[in-house]
Design a protein around this ligand. Structure first.
Ligand code: ZN
Length: 605
């Protein structure tokens, strides 16, 4: 379209607008929000320059419109002015490694100044949230969304996409790209040929891949293959061992020899391997590896938060954490080390060994940082004691313990995520023209990184949430967590399906939550799958609309038919039927009683 044509259209439109408003008593159109101004604030913009005192920052709409010395900036007349004397302005924080599926947790990120997250197991509901957040109907952080986990045969997590060989690896990339994934999440049990095929296909299709370094692949190979980020330092300690090959092949073997139905090898199998890795650590190998990571621009998201909670889970400090009040009972139960499959089988020796590994991992992060390897701050929300929002501040503290300066730790959660995601022109620093995602602090985070917790206000997309608004979000989250609508029996034990259970059946295993007809809370626990017979717990909450005044549960048997639908009959004669979505992350359900059908949607927990 030519410029003139464009201009004519604009003119015609203006005339129409004028004509249509003349002579009509219509209410005035909504006024845009007045500019928001922080005066006399110290700006820590995260570009790397020193703090800039006595600045004035003008936010117009969703952008940072102007930054300058207070004496030089003209404050618009109608502006909402905040005197920020003695306060510090930093960019909104990003947690670059989260997994969670409960909407109730969205405000916890915002209340903690976390204005962006990288979802490491993408699900359809995340895309729906993102749309609602963009539309302004839901309050939540910006999101970068991964594919579902892509793992090898007998995957660690039920519901993963299983890839057995190179051909399936290529198909997976094509399918996931079509489904809208921003990147492929690769996982621990991918076979070598499948992994390298995914890497090659992803490169050809221009889609990044990130995640765990599979056990069958070395960290150097992953870097060479173009893996965008390595999570949880997977493969790093192995690659620093003088007996790297041996460690790798024995670990792969240990997974092959897993007892039926077990996700991980027994600690007895892993113990000697872990000892060998620690004893054969080679600083020279480490230096060579870090040079390669730097050369290939392979980012590290160490998630020290989850590595630490894994190693120190029996420390009572975790179980007494006051932030647990924001977690619903079923999450608190999942975090109990006596029930988690990863920790249940551990002896005192294993715990001591895990702590040594953690100390080494902290050391590795410092070494990598000094070697110029790029770092991202991530926590692994909703793993044990990885709190939505809160734990990002724990991660910053741990990064400083590992040897980063407070400014470098801050950059790992602000500027670095933007650079990593190719968004450095849009956000990540406090600079003119950037999205207005900023956090106002009461104390200087460069003096003590724990001061990032002293949040006075958060601005998300130009919208101000002052301390009172943030406290309201926290109170709502606490109330939602304390509501206990859905009881479950004490003896819930989910038996991991054995390898002979077909994957389409095995995918029902686990715990699902949602509502019938949008009003009746329902949790379904699929405990055991035996042939086509399924043991399940059907539980419900209080629902006045259904005339249900007390919550309850019953354990019943169901069957999965040839059509892949799980059906059962409840004590009241109701027939329930559940169908798995294609990505196996949601169940759509039908509840039929007295000829009336109610529908429901349930997501994997
Ligand atoms: Zn994770």
């Amino acid at each position: 379209m030519s410029q003139t044509h464009n201009w004519c259209l604009t003119l015609a439109f203006l005339i129409l607008v004028v004509l249509s408003t003349v002579g009509r008593a219509e209410p005035a159109p909504p006024q845009p929000a007045p500019p928001l101004v922080f005066m006399h604030v110290t700006v820590i913009d995260a570009t790397g320059v020193p703090p800039q005192p006595d600045m004035t920052v003008v936010i117009t709409g969703d952008r940072i419109a102007e930054i300058g010395l207070t004496q030089h900036v003209r404050v618009p007349d109608e502006a909402h002015v905040i005197d920020a004397t003695g306060k510090f302005l930093i960019p909104g924080l990003w947690d670059m490694h989260v997994h969670w599926y409960l909407k109730d947790f969205l405000p916890l990120f915002i209340a903690n100044g976390v204005t962006g997250v990288r979802q490491m197991w993408g699900m359809p509901l995340h895309y729906a949230w993102r749309q609602d957040i963009e539309d302004g109907t839901l309050l939540g952080p910006r999101m970068s969304i991964a594919s579902p986990i892509v793992d090898g045969p007998n995957p660690i997590w039920p519901g993963s996409m299983v890839v057995r060989d190179a051909a399936e690896g290529r198909q997976a990339v094509t399918r996931l790209k079509q489904a809208g994934a921003e990147f492929i999440k690769v996982y621990s049990l991918l076979p070598r040929d499948a992994y390298f095929a995914i890497a090659d296909e992803a490169r050809q299709q221009g889609l990044p891949f990130a995640g765990h370094v599979p056990y069958a692949v070395s960290a150097a190979e992953a870097a060479e293959a173009g893996q965008h980020s390595i999570e949880h330092l997977t493969g790093i300690l192995e690659a620093c061992s003088t007996r790297e090959e041996e460690v790798r092949s024995e670990r792969v073997e240990a997974f092959v020899r897993r007892a039926p139905g077990q996700r991980r090898p027994s600690p007895a199998h892993l113990r000697p391997l872990i000892r060998m890795m620690l004893e054969t650590f080679s600083p020279e190998k480490a230096t060579a590896l870090f040079a390669r990571l730097k050369h290939h621009q392979t980012w590290q998201c160490p998630t020290l938060t989850v590595l630490r909670s894994g190693a120190f889970l029996d420390d009572p400090a975790f179980r007494n954490d006051p932030r647990l009040k924001y977690m619903p009972a079923h999450i608190r139960a999942q975090w109990d080390p006596t029930t988690d499959f990863r920790f249940r089988a551990r002896t005192e020796d294993d715990v001591a060994l895990a702590r040594l590994v953690y100390q080494k991992q902290v050391e590795l992060v410092g070494m990598m940082h000094r070697a110029g390897v790029e770092l991202l701050a991530g926590t692994d929300v909703l793993n044990p004691y990885c709190f939505p929002g809160f734990s990002l501040h724990d991660e910053l503290e741990l990064l400083v313990q590992a040897g980063l300066t407070p400014l470098e730790a801050l950059q790992a959660a602000t500027r670095n995520p933007a650079r990593f995601l190719g968004k450095e022109t849009a956000w990540g620093t406090v600079e003119q023209g950037k999205m207005a995602d900023v956090v106002l602090l009461d104390a200087n985070p460069l003096e003590d990184i724990r001061h990032t917790r002293a949040i006075r206000a958060v601005v998300l997309n130009g919208q101000l949430l002052d301390r009172q608004a943030l406290d309201t979000l926290l109170a709502q989250a606490e109330a939602a967590a304390q509501a206990v609508p859905r009881p479950l029996p004490d003896d819930v034990t989910i038996t991991i399906p054995t390898p002979d259970v077909p994957p389409a059946l095995a995918a029902f295993s686990g715990r699902w939550a949602g509502q019938w007809g949008g009003t009746l809370d329902h949790v379904l626990v699929v405990e055991k799958i035996d042939g086509r017979t399924v043991t399940l717990i059907y539980s419900w909450g209080v629902a006045p609309a259904w005339n249900i005044r007390t919550p309850g549960f019953q354990r019943v048997h169901g069957t999965v038919g040839e059509d892949g639908v799980l059906r059962g009959t409840l004590g009241n004669g109701a027939e329930v039927a559940y169908t798995l979505s294609q990505d196996q992350q949601t169940l759509s359900g039908e509840y039929v009683l007295g000829g009336r059908t109610t529908r429901g949607r349930f997501t994997r927990q």
